[in-house]
Design a protein around this ligand. Structure first.
Ligand code: HMG
Ligand code: MG
Length: 306
């Protein structure tokens, strides 16, 4: 009998160029963003959210996403996506040659107002309009729900609320919904409670985890989500990121930490840790900040684990 266990494949959506850079005090040039994305592709990442077609008044860091998309080199099997809040954003994304977009809603009214200047129902209506038009143009559409494990303004969020919004985004045409712990306040227990509610409304293959790491629980939350069948996670190189409208929240789970976890569990992410380290070494000095990833720091110190 062959006792070798087949490697399980886990999809990583690298959100560093978008979520990672949208909150940086100094905007990063299109040139540097292109160079970062090239290094992320070289590391083996195949799904990269590269920018956002949002208002430059609201998020100036994402200005130039159109130029960026136009200049991105084609690589077989690499999918570039961009965040789009409304039809105006979709129009700009299409004109720039974008083939995959992400729409977003929040689980609480307060966050929705601050992030998108409208209530949840209005933002769902916008997301539905974007999804319909995007699909008509042959684009893939991803959905996000924010504040699924806590809201900076309203506190705890009932899992059923996120499950309902997830079902509505899938019905609108999203192929996958990423569950955003925007605040980074979740724990493995609250993550499991949320996922059990969502799994009653959607299959595991349509769900992704998007964990910010404010309380240092993101990796533990991902382990809990893996145990419940999720196979797709968002992460950002060097643990960059944060939403300008979620005060106090820190970056996403670091891609280095996620890949180290998956490698250690015998799962296949297709991503090379040494090459990720090279990508982090490129962007760190441009932002003037140290790598927030524990694994990234160990790699930089060449800490060997035999
Ligand atoms: P608004 O002010 O209500 O929109 O903003 P408006 O229609 O009244 O337009 C106001 C101005 O914005 C106008 O310009 C429009 O032309 C312009 P003006 O006439 O004043 O010069 N405008 C646009 N410009 C460029 N692209 C567009 C666009 N739409 C309008 N698409 C809006 C509404 C949604 C646009 C605004 O609130 C916005 O851009 N919000 C985005 C905020 C954002 O990007 N947040 C961070 C991303 S979400 C996130 O990080 C969470 C996530 O990571 C998951 C998680 O962690 O939970 C995904
Ligand atoms: Mg985020």
């Amino acid at each position: 009998m062959n006792s070798a266990k087949a490697k399980m494949s886990v999809k990583i959506v690298e959100v560093g160029p978008r979520d990672g850079l949208q909150n940086e005090p100094t905007p990063v040039s299109v040139e540097d963003r292109l160079a970062l994305i090239e290094r992320l592709v070289a590391a083996g990442l195949r799904h990269i959210e590269v920018g956002a077609f949002v208002s430059p008044t609201w998020v100036p860091q994402m200005a130039g996403s159109d130029e960026l998309l136009r200049r991105l080199p084609h690589h077989e099997g690499v999918h570039y996506s961009a965040l789009v809040p409304n039809l105006r954003g979709l129009e700009a994304a299409l004109a720039a040659g974008c083939r995959e977009v992400a729409v977003f809603v929040a689980a609480t009214e307060s966050f929705s107002q601050r992030n998108q200047n409208c209530g949840i129902e209005d933002s769902l209506a916008r997301a539905r309009a974007v999804a319909t038009e995007a699909q008509r143009s042959g684009l893939a559409v991803r959905g996000y729900v924010s504040c699924v494990l806590g809201c900076p303004f309203e506190g705890p969020v009932a899992p059923g609320r996120t499950a309902e919004l997830t079902a509505r985004l899938l019905a609108a045409g999203c192929h996958e919904v990423s569950l955003g712990d925007t605040l980074g306040a979740g724990t493995p227990a609250s993550t499991a409670g949320l996922l059990r509610a969502c799994l009653q409304r959607a299959p595991a293959e349509c769900l992704a985890g998007h964990f910010h790491d404010t309380y240092g629980m993101a990796i533990a939350n991902i382990a809990a989500a893996l145990a419940l069948g999720l196979r797709c996670f968002d992460s950002a190189i060097a643990g960059l990121g944060g939403c300008p409208y979620a005060p106090g929240a820190t970056g996403n789970v670091a891609t280095e930490d996620l890949v180290y976890l998956l490698d250690g569990m015998g799962h296949d992410s297709g991503v090379s840790l040494p090459r990720l380290a090279a990508a982090a070494e490129h962007i760190g000095p441009r932002l003037g900040r140290p790598n927030a990833s524990r694994v990234g720091q160990a790699l930089a110190r060449r800490v060997a684990c035999a």
